[in-house]
Design a protein around this ligand. Structure first.
Ligand SMILES: *[C@@H]1O[C@H](CO)[C@@H](O)[C@H](O)[C@H]1NC(C)=O
Ligand SMILES: *[C@@H]1O[C@H](CO)[C@@H](O)[C@H](O)[C@H]1NC(C)=O
Ligand SMILES: *[C@@H]1O[C@H](CO)[C@@H](O)[C@H](O)[C@H]1NC(C)=O
Length: 388
């Protein structure tokens, strides 16, 4: 009797152990990424302490990292784990009817979207290798990721909906952006891809067209900064440049001096550069200083919009004009003395009232942008079929 019982126990233990090892084996295999990402080990070195979110926009040419394909990252920060595997399980679960949208910020305008338009928070991970933030709006769960650790080989491989924020101001940066765009087909479950592009200051963005869904690519629609002639409010929407609250060469002292100048100036003069739009415009508005914008067309294709003759859509500053921004325009700086004369005639109350209205307008404009972004996204989410 005792022998029979003992052998039964041994048999049961044997079965349990077999099942456990089989489970381990299967589980391990299941967890292996289905795609071959080795081609996409590349781009930035997460160990680079000098990385800053603005770096890809403001770095000098000679400083730019050589894009290395097919070489493994030097750092062994969990070579086999994607970024979402560092998060709490809860953050990764989706309730029925809920959408999860990944936002990958590879350009500073990503921070403008997340921190200023979405009022999202950011949490630094692994000593700044990357930062991430969560925000739930209605039935959409947004996960924002930015930093040098956000590379194609590390993003969640099961991503279904993505907003990719790229800087393509010059050819070198276009090359970098292409790595991301060429990577998108590797995301087998991808249903919806939206790009926010810091476009070329001369509005030469046609290289992007083959990546667009309208031409057989994967990008459903793109938001582009600057008065691009591509903007048709269907496949391309215009996006504001926003503010640059921190530049690499900025010291705390120069930052404080700049903000104090904006807060104390009733007007902020904004001469055109390569493009007419500049961070200065939005920075001034956020402090209630009225931008005086030079209303002249810069070189390139920015003025070539098919609707350029429609007053509300006339570049430059299409977006600001469409949104009726309370700014001033000059065609020539010789108009400035007349403007200053009018300023002198204003009472203190009038000036204060104007500042207040400008700040309110600016805050409201961010809300409107957010609303537009969400409405368009919501519609696209519903219309994008699930992939099996
Ligand atoms: C990562 O994968 C490689 C090969 O697939 C393996 O040798 C290594 O042990 C894995 N490392 C971790 C941390 O799982
Ligand atoms: C987005 O593009 C994909 C093709 O890449 C398509 O299957 C999907 O229906 C598109 N979604 C919308 C809303 O157009
Ligand atoms: C041009 O303007 C008309 C009328 O405002 C509008 O219907 C059309 O969609 C616009 N075209 C583009 C390319 O923006």
């Amino acid at each position: 009797m005792l022998v029979r019982r003992l052998s039964l126990v041994i048999f049961l233990v044997y079965i349990i152990l077999t099942c456990y090892f089989a489970y381990l084996l299967i589980y391990k295999n299941l967890k292996k990424p289905a795609n071959d990402y080795t081609k996409f080990w590349e781009i930035e070195d997460p160990a680079d302490e000098g990385w800053n979110p603005w770096g890809q926009e403001f770095e000098r040419e000679e400083d730019r990292k050589v894009i290395k394909l097919a070489t493994k990252p030097r750092l062994n920060w969990a070579a086999n784990r994607s970024l979402d595997q560092y998060e709490k399980k809860k953050a990764n679960l989706n309730a029925p009817g809920e959408y999860r949208v990944e936002i990958w910020g590879k350009a500073a305008i990503g921070l403008y979207l997340w921190e200023h338009i979405f009022q999202g928070k950011l949490e630094s991970k692994m000593e700044g290798t990357w930062s991430s933030g969560f925000r739930k709006v209605g039935n959409i769960k947004f996960v924002f990721r930015t930093g040098p650790g956000v590379i194609p080989s590390k993003v969640p491989p099961n991503t279904e909906h993505v907003v990719l924020i790229l800087n393509t101001r010059d050819e070198g940066k276009v090359e970098f952006a292409r790595i991301w765009l060429d990577f998108l087909p590797k995301l087998r479950r991808l249903r919806l891809a939206i790009v926010i592009l810091l476009g070329d200051e001369r509005c030469r963005n046609d290289w992007l067209l083959p990546y667009m869904a309208m031409r057989g690519g994967l990008i459903n629609y793109t938001y582009v900064v600057y008065d691009s002639p591509l903007v048709d409010d269907k496949n391309f929407f215009q996006w504001p440049l926003g503010v640059a609250t921190w530049l690499p060469d900025e010291t705390e002292q120069s930052r404080v001096a700049y903000i104090s100048a904006l807060s104390q100036s009733d007007l902020t003069l904004s001469p055109v550069g390569l493009n007419s739009e500049s961070y200065r415009i939005y920075e001034a508005m956020s402090y209630g200083s009225v931008p005086v914008l030079e209303d002249v067309m810069t070189a390139g294709s920015c003025g070539a919009h098919p609707n350029a003759s429609v007053a509300a859509a006339a570049p430059p500053y299409r977006l600001l004009k469409e949104m009726r921004a309370p700014v001033m325009f000059v065609r020539d700086w010789t108009e400035l003395p007349a403007i200053l004369d009018r300023e002198r005639a204003l009472s203190l109350e009038q000036v204060i009232e104007r500042r207040k209205r400008l700040v309110e307008w600016y805050e409201h404009s961010k809300l409107k942008l957010r609303e537009h972004f969400l409405t368009t996204l919501q519609r696209a989410l519903v219309a994008s079929p699930t992939k099996r």
